[in-house]
Ligand binder design. Sequence first.
Ligand code: ATR
Length: 265
Amino acid sequence: MTDRYAVFGHPIAHSKSPQIHAAFARQTAQDMRYEAILAPLDGFAESIARFAAEGGRGANVTVPFKEEAFRLATRLTAHAERAGAANTLVFEADGVLGDNTDGAGLVADLTRKLQRPLSARRILLLGAGGAARGVIAPLLEQGPAELVIANRTVSRAQRLAEPFDGRVKACGFDALDTPFDVVINATAASLAGELPPLSPQVFGAGALAYDMMYGRDTPFLAFARAHGADTADGLGMLVEQAAEAFFLWRGVRPDTAPVIAALRA
Ligand code: ATR
């Protein structure tokens, strides 16, 4: 029987996940179907329960339901626990496993772009919302020389850094005056067509500037490019986080490069 999966969000019409998972399934000859489901803003848990009752095997969860998915899970991976949010659910016989593959997706994409590991790199993470929180632990696991979180509201950055026992530094944008190897924009500024108030000094020689948003050039990427950085948008992260979910469900690792190339084209 064909196994069913779906992505739940609100809105969901423009999600690329069905296309990505269909490509993975074709490539790895998995008998599965993957659809996009619009959950009502006040009816996420019901939508999930119905899908699982109908035989659904797993789900991806996107905005604005990742925190609700975290609360709904009966078992959590360490990454979901740290993120306080789940983007991947597995419906098991005795409950629901919640994982968060966003950070692993980001690490995989960064590693490919840099063509070397993140260990000993100086990493600057901009923003202290859900997008930033989801990637801190996976980035730290790579053993960077430094991980700094900068946010407009400094107290939010401090709150995110706190559980990591001094291994993550927190500050405001105005305190940034040293160079980094990787600068990741996890703020919502790009959505609004805005540029975080960033000193160009953060871009060290050969720095990679990474915007988690994809689909258009952002003020952050344009600014970084103008100051000599290499740039990348979040499309690769989107495909890589999907690949991590696919692996969790199917036990098979798809080849992401052709899928990223197809989406770009
Ligand atoms: P998400 O879950 O997408 O991360 P969020 O929790 O609303 O969304 O967080 C949005 C993040 O973008 C915050 O870090 C926010 O900064 P504040 O905490 O100071 O509000 C940041 N942000 C939004 N617009 C910004 C802008 N124009 N410049 C800099 N940071 C911005």
